[in-house]
Every structure is written in C-alpha cells, then in structure tokens.
Design a protein around this ligand. Structure first.
Ligand code: HEM
Length: 224
C-alpha cells in the first residue's frame, strides 16, 4: 500500500501537476515566475547559503540524471574501484556543502523580521523539504554503500518503468524506509515546483536575462 503510494501514485500526481499547473502559472502570473530576490534585504547570509547550495546540489542532480540516461557508461566508470571511491567522496563532499547551504538559508528567513514579511508558507515548506532531501541523500551515501552502483540496477530501471507507464515497484519495494523517503521527497519537490519559487529551475540561466523585471513596492518604513 505504502509502496504503491510512493512509487506509483506520487510520481504520476507530481508529473501531472508539473505538466498542467506550470504553463497555467506561466500564462496567468508571469511576474511571479522567478525566484524573487531578497538580496537587497539581506545579502551576507544569502551569499553563504545560496552559493554552497547551488554549487553542491547542481552536480549531484546532474549525476542522478546521468545515471538514468547513460547507465551503461556510468557502470563502466564505476567498475574501477579508485574511480568509484573518488566519485562517491566527491558526491559526499558536495552533498555536505549543499546541506550547509540549506542550514544557512533556513535560519536566515526565520531570524530576520524583515525577511519574515516576504516569506510565504511555501518558502518554508520548500526549504525544509530540500533540507530533508539533502540529509536523506547524505545518509544513503554514507550508510548504504555504494549507492552510485546499486542505483543503476534498482532506481534507474524503476524510473524507466515509470516513464514507460508500467511502474515496476518491485525494484524499490524492499529498500529501507530512508530510501523510500528520499524518493517520496523527490516526487513531492517535483509536485511543489509549479507552486513555489522553485519554478525558476525551469529557466536556463540565460532565460533570466530575457525575463521581465520583477516589480517590488515597499512602503518607506520597510526599506532597509
Ligand atoms: C529532487 C530530487 C533529488 C534530490 C534533490 C536528491 C538529492 C540527493 C543528495 C543531496 C544526495 C547525497 C549525495 C552524496 O552525498 O553523495 C543524494 C544521494 C542519493 N540519491 Fe538522491 N536526490 C533526488 C532524487 C532521487 C531519486 C528520485 C532517487 C531514486 C529513486 C535518488 C536516489 C539517491 C541515491 C541512491 C543516493 C546515494 C548515492 C550515493 O551513494 O552516492 N535520489 N540525493
């Protein structure tokens, strides 16, 4: 029951929301189609949060994707023990770097009265979810060795079975709960993407330049 919910219901609901809500938001609420900046309210903690987060998580997500699209090539790479250890260590370092970023960004919003005023429930939910997602990933990488290898023989065929509309839950059913939570977290993040500022992920960096500017209106007493 739980397995069916996590590995069948959640991913398809997430995909449906992504496909239908994203264009709706793009067409009806264009000015919110971005990670609106809080840089002019607070920039010191932002620097120490946003940089580790992005430099850590982007290569990790890219590695997740490369495993899915080119499992054979990755398998060849990881067959060499030295390469396996180097890549896993690199992944762990990047994961910890990303987690550090989350742990700066979350209190940044909680502790600043000025930022609190421009922080929505969706911002908190997203930040907490990303922190948990990163933490469960680090746990898996540390205590369920060697994830980069068994991922190719379990999660990857499962994800392909999802894409083929014929989900093979058996690939994932016997994993410990922490991996199920990690997968559920990933689907939840995809489901929330069109409702939160994570929607900016759909832009290539160049897209930001072409986008219309975001309009801020502040009353004088709110100005920093
Ligand atoms: C929003 C999507 C996701 C995010 C942000 C994410 C994030 C992470 C992070 C930060 C790590 C730690 C990397 C390290 O320290 O080496 C990790 C590891 C891992 N993730 Fe994910 N993940 C996502 C989706 C998924 C999905 C859908 C699966 C499979 C169903 C998955 C399976 C794994 C596995 C097996 C590891 C361990 C890799 C290793 O041991 O090197 N992840 N993830």
């Amino acid at each position: 029951m739980l397995n069916t919910f996590i590995f069948v219901v959640l991913p398809y609901v997430a995909l449906a929301l992504l496909i239908f809500v994203t264009p709706y938001r793009y067409l009806t609420n264009r000015l919110t189609w971005s990670a609106y900046s809080t840089q002019f309210l607070e920039r010191k903690a932002l620097f120490w949060g946003i940089n580790p987060w992005h430099y850590g998580i982007i290569p990790i997500l890219a590695a997740h994707v490369v495993g899915v699209v080119a499992p054979g090539t990755v398998k060849g790479f990881l067959a060499n023990q030295d390469t396996l250890i180097i890549l896993e260590s690199l992944g762990l370092g990047l994961g910890l770097f990303a987690l550090f970023g989350c742990l700066v960004l979350l209190p940044r919003r909680v502790n600043s009265p000025l930022l609190k005023r421009v922080t929505f429930a969706s911002d908190y939910i997203l930040l907490i979810l990303l922190t948990l997602q990163t933490a469960t990933g680090i746990y898996i990488a540390t205590f369920m060795r060697w994830g980069s290898q068994w991922y190719l023989h379990t999660a990857v065929p499962y994800l392909w079975s999802l894409a083929a509309m014929s989900p093979r839950v058996d690939y994932m059913a016997d994993f410990p709960m922490v991996l199920k939570l990690h997968a559920a977290g990933a689907f939840l993040i995809v489901a929330l993407l069109p409702f939160t500022k994570l929607v900016h992920l759909l832009f290539l960096p160049i897209g930001f330049i072409k986008e219309p500017p975001i309009l801020y209106r502040w009353r004088a007493k709110h100005m920093p």
